[in-house]
Design a protein around this ligand. Structure first.
Ligand SMILES: Nc1ncnc2c1ncn2[C@@H]1O[C@H](COP(=O)(O)OP(=O)(O)O)[C@@H](O)[C@H]1O
Ligand SMILES: [Mg+2]
Length: 320
């Protein structure tokens, strides 16, 4: 747990820039700590972009923001072979994905072929262009933002590929008290760039060391089985409601079980514990499972969504 205090420092740095949104800040740190990608969803103006930029300014890593737009092409992300007329050879020019922290901003504004180039890099940790495969950096992590799907001019992410994100976090409006602080801080920030890189920024080696420590966080077998039960319940909804099974197109895969274990371990570590407790699992379950439960149209008419299902599962399947 040697690296844990440095993460608490990083948290303070984030809190100095973002008012409230404690859940969001925790989740960003958990993604960094477990090397998982994170999808932030919320209406415009809820500080999604700002939070990720703030995080990047607290880590000494190469950071790239990519604004997704309808005219973006896959090669704009991956890079491409450029012909050099002088020596008549092709040279590969790396695209913006070849960075350590990548902010894929407003990911649902780009067409599916661009999204899939990104999702592939996330899954494979490498990029293949012109038959040559190149590895991405060890630290490589994608933080994507999207506005809710109802908005026009967007392309919903392919459901089958969504589970490449470790976490899917849904943001809410700030409280009135927080919003007042946001106003006051906004005025102050006119006098200084608060997202400039800080001296105490975490080194990439520290992040990688922290990930190794998170992997060593202990979990009892009974809690591993609890994870399996929760994830399993998303495939067999008859366990909680006979009607709901008919709403289900697909439940969460074993990738979800791994994600829930990793995210729970990272949360335990952030809270200064070397072992997972049931509360860690309960806390992380919604963000780990939300995007992995695929429902059909009948579910929508019946007003049942993934969150309702997760809450019922957590209520029915008791903590061992
Ligand atoms: N919780 C918050 N803390 C600090 N600033 C905030 C917060 N919520 C909104 N803001 C303000 O709103 C602006 C919009 O944030 P931005 O990151 O661009 O939103 P989004 O990417 O979600 O559309 C920020 O520049 C910031 O001034
Ligand atoms: Mg934004």
């Amino acid at each position: 747990m040697q690296t844990q205090p440095t993460f608490l420092q990083l948290r303070c740095h984030l809190e100095s820039i973002i008012v409230g949104q404690t859940k969001l800040l925790d989740r960003l740190l958990i993604a960094v700590l477990s090397g998982g990608h994170i999808l932030l969803e919320g209406l415009p103006g809820l500080a999604k972009t700002r939070a990720v930029t703030a995080l990047a300014s607290g880590i000494h890593a190469s950071f790239q923001r990519i604004q997704f737009t309808p005219d973006l092409m896959p090669a704009d992300l991956t890079g491409s072979d450029i012909f050099n007329p002088n020596d008549r050879t092709f040279n590969f020019i790396t695209g913006p994905l070849f960075h350590e922290i990548v902010l894929a901003d407003e990911i649902n504004r780009a067409p599916p072929k661009v999204q899939s180039a990104l999702l592939e890099a996330m899954q494979e940790h490498q990029i293949t262009v012109g038959g040559v495969t190149r590895d991405l950096p060890d630290l490589f992590i994608v933080m994507a933002t999207q506005n809710p799907l109802e908005q026009s001019g967007t392309y919903p992410l392919p459901e089958a590929q969504l589970d490449r994100f470790l976490l899917h976090v849904v943001l809410d409006y700030p409280s009135a008290a927080d919003e007042l602080l946001i106003l006051q801080r906004d005025q102050q920030s006119y006098f200084g760039a608060d997202t400039a890189a800080v001296d105490s920024a975490l080194k990439p080696e520290t992040v990688l060391a922290a990930r190794r420590e998170v992997a060593k966080v202990h979990i009892e077998e009974v809690l591993e089985k609890y994870i399996i039960q929760l994830v399993g319940a998303t495939r067999e909804l008859t366990q909680i409601d006979d009607q709901w099974q008919g709403y289900l197109r697909a439940g969460a895969s074993p990738r979800a079980s791994i994600a829930l274990l990793r995210a729970s371990s990272a949360l335990a570590y952030l809270n200064g514990r070397e072992y997972v407790i049931p509360e860690d699992i309960v806390e992380m379950a919604p963000d780990v499972l939300r995007h992995r439960i695929v429902l059909n149209h009948t579910a929508r008419t019946a007003n049942v969504d993934a969150d309702a299902i997760i809450q019922r599962i957590l209520a029915e399947i008791t903590v061992p």
